[in-house]
Design a protein around this ligand. Structure first.
Ligand SMILES: [Zn+2]
Length: 737
């Protein structure tokens, strides 16, 4: 495999949070357009046969393609449709007003629902408050509440009041609500499937009461079609925020199963409806949507088919597609089960029936998933067009599922890019139109050693296995073809991979971890040693010297364009570089600029000053001084000689790791703002630390301090040389861009 092109296409812009994004596959905005352009496909019809990622579809339409989307999931379909409509804020407000104005008895629905969340301020007793309740699993009352008072400004976590407990009793007849929520999905007195019960039981009584009240009003509601669509999309967000899957202190989680956390939030669901607006307003200019068989105009837009791609009857009405472009999903039982139930809540049991598979199936194993994806590839193979896909949240078993499904449908993987930290693959499949060329005997280890040579850093078992699977499929098109009854493929492949990896003539394990977590490096390292972290820093420096203002995504994207597709930059590492060299542009979110002390001219002055200091200190303590970079301190006495390398970066691999003469210590003189980077590299990369760990790392400021030492002699020099080392603080900032 040639590891050069295509590069890994990372996101161009960071979109704000959107509806259901904790369930929907993560998608770097811009990827599919870039991948299609890479294949020379710049316009025409694109088919998304899975349709599970609304932003990817919107992006393709915005890039000028005509997009045909087949999507069997009515929830995702509604979200896509409302997003594409580009409704303005007042249209959303009008829809919410229509919903709020509905009557339940004498009272407006809005005030009735809001009243269920009234919670008095502990300071001023006002109920003009925003509240989130804290619950423990299996309890009947919350244990705490987070409150913000609009009247006196109080905010904090306080005890539940008697008033809160009284309000909790006002939800009405819980069994009635519960029964209604079930009947909307499955009418009649049939036995309730476990999946439906699981969904219903993942709602607190108050949330279920509010939801049941809202859905009960939907059928009789008189409003415009647009507003109805908006209300349905807003309700989807309320259904999602209403369940108990919002753990406290669990960080951002991506639920795949319906499991209730030990502690979780309860949100005000009327507020959720209002919050949903910003999560739907992704598109400024409306994107035309038509429903198959009607097609949008040539100017672009989306044609939508609600159902599985295989179920289209009049296929002769389909347009001519240039390519398939899609996001390959992982099975997500939580999303699919919720969506089946929510479809029933919004549109009744007949719609829920379309997703009944999700209510019946409890487990999605490797074979099931490979089969499911295979049906998409089978359909695609009849069209004889390229299949371009990005696949997030990969494990090696999913990688193999996709590679195997595609091979089995006669698709040949021609190119691929892979981000091991983000666990995202970008795949370019083409139809095997003729027999693949006869391939010389494949040396299984070669791709692994080529990869490690390019990386010039150790790689872990999982990363190497991913590379092995992908590169082997590119080299030997049909290697993972399977009859889809055999689920031992991964195990067999893994064995072959391990046999290669454990060949000590080629690879060495650099740590003491268990095999599947271990890091590996080349037994015979390359002559030209430039670790990927240093390569990335070089590209980073070139970029920041050219541009005055840039976003984190922009610089990451640009760097990746210059790296092999299997070695894209880690966003966490880019963040470290930004922290070291740059500062945020004031009053501009997410934009960076060079820190003043990092200007080329500033650093040049610093380096000149450091050269002077090295000369001055060396003379003072009795060394002869020669050379420039390195500057050598040579002594005839029996003491250590030194060589000094000066740098404004933390690219230490630009310097040789062993001095030409014995009894010479190497000192790197560098700016203090690089300390964390150097320290990070030494800790993170065992080969780096083997090479450079014995160097003395001296900050500019420390050299100044040493120079200011009035009684400096050889002894004190040796004592204080390492007293201000490069230190990496674990508590580094999280990714911000
Ligand atoms: Zn107050």
């Amino acid at each position: 495999m040639d590891f050069g092109k295509p590069p890994f296409f990372s996101e161009k812009i960071n979109l704000p949070p959107m509806l259901l994004d904790r369930f929907i596959p993560p998608y770097p905005y811009g990827t599919l357009t870039d991948m299609l352009s890479y294949c020379g496909i710049k316009d025409g019809w694109i088919l998304d046969p899975i349709g599970n990622q609304p932003t990817s579809i919107i992006e393709l339409a915005q890039s000028g393609y005509q997009v045909f989307v087949a999507c069997n999931n009515p929830i995702l379909a509604r979200i896509l449709q409302v997003m594409c409509s580009g409704y303005n804020e007042s249209q959303y407000k009008a829809a919410i007003a229509d919903l709020g104005a509905l009557r339940r008895g004498e009272e407006r629905l809005e005030s009735q629902i809001k009243a269920l969340y009234n919670s008095p301020c502990p300071e001023c007793s006002s109920i003009q408050t925003e509240v989130k309740f804290h619950w423990k699993k299996n309890q009947i009352i919350p244990y705490d509440r987070e409150i913000e008072c609009h009247n006196c400004g109080f905010s904090g976590v306080v005890k539940i009041s008697d008033f809160d407990l009284e309000t909790l009793k006002k939800i009405g007849n819980y069994n009635l609500h519960r029964n209604r929520a079930i009947q909307r999905v499955l009418p009649g007195n049939i036995e309730i499937p476990v999946a439906v019960k699981e969904v219903i039981d993942s709602y607190l009584p108050r949330s279920l009461a509010v939801i049941s009240t809202l859905i009960n009003k939907l059928d009789s509601m008189q409003t415009t079609a647009d507003r109805k669509n908006i209300i349905e999309a807003l309700l989807i967000h309320a259904f999602d925020t209403g369940n108990m899957q919002w753990g406290i202190n669990t960080g951002r989680t991506r639920p795949r199963q319906i499991t209730i956390p030990a502690e979780f939030y309860e949100f005000n669901l009327w507020n959720s409806l209002e919050e949903a607006v910003t999560k739907l307003r992704i598109v400024e200019k409306p994107i035309p949507i038509t429903y198959f068989p009607q097609l949008p105009s040539e100017k672009g837009g989306i044609c939508f088919y609600q159902g599985r791609i295989n179920s289209i009857r009049n296929k002769n009405l389909l347009p001519f597609f240039e390519a398939i472009a899609t996001v390959l999903p992982r099975p997500n039982q939580a999303l699919w089960t919720y969506n089946a139930v929510w479809s029933g809540w919004l549109w009744g049991h007949q719609t829920a029936q379309k997703l009944k598979g999700a209510l019946e199936r409890r487990r999605y194993d490797w074979l099931w998933h490979t089969q499911a994806i295979r049906t998409v590839f089978d359909f695609a193979s009849k069209l004889k067009i390229p299949f371009i896909a990005t696949a997030p949240e990969l494990t090696n078993s999913y990688i193999l599922a996709y590679l195997s499904a595609a091979s089995s449908s006669n698709f040949h993987l021609q190119n691929a890019a892979y981000h091991s930290e983000l666990k995202t693959g970008q795949f370019y499949w083409f139809q095997n139109t003729s027999k693949p060329p006869s391939i010389p005997i494949i040396n299984d280890s070669k791709n692994l050693s080529d990869f490690l040579t390019l990386k010039s850093e150790p790689a872990n078992y999982q990363e190497l296995l991913s590379i092995y699977l992908i590169s082997k499929t590119i080299d030997e098109s049909e290697i993972f073809k399977t009859n889809l009854t055999d689920n031992t493929l991964l195990m067999q492949t893994q064995k072959k991979f391990e046999k290669n990896l454990l060949n000590s003539d080629l690879f060495i394990q650099v740590d003491q971890d268990q095999l599947e977590n271990a890091d590996f490096w080349l037994t015979n390292p390359p002559n030209a040693y430039q670790p990927i972290s240093d390569q990335i820093e070089g590209l980073f420096i070139r970029f920041i010297q050219k541009k005055t203002n840039f976003s984190g995504e922009e610089i990451n994207y640009s760097i990746n364009q210059n790296l092999p597709g299997v070695l894209p930059a880690s966003p966490l590492f880019i963040q470290r570089l930004l922290n070291s060299y740059c500062q945020l542009v004031p009053n501009q979110l997410n934009y960076w600029m060079l820190s003043p002390q990092e200007y080329f001219s500033e650093r040049k002055n610093d380096l000149q000053l450091m050269v002077k200091l090295i000369h001055k200190i060396g003379s003072k303590i009795g060394y002869q001084i020669t050379g420039t970079n390195p500057i050598q301190w040579i002594s005839n006495e029996s003491r250590t000689n030194f060589q000094f390398f000066l740098t404004a970066s933390s690219i230490i691999s630009q310097f040789p790791f062993s001095p030409t003469k014995k009894n010479v210590d190497t000192v790197i003189i560098f700016p203090g703002s690089r300390a964390e980077l150097i320290s990070y590299k030494l800790k993170n990369d065992l080969v780096y630390s083997q090479h450079y760990g014995k160097f003395h790392f001296v900050k500019f400021r420390h050299l100044r301090t040493i120079n200011d030492n009035p009684g400096l002699n050889y002894k004190t020099w040796v004592q204080i040389l390492d007293s201000d080392p490069a230190v990496w603080h674990e508590s580094n900032q999280p990714v911000l861009f």
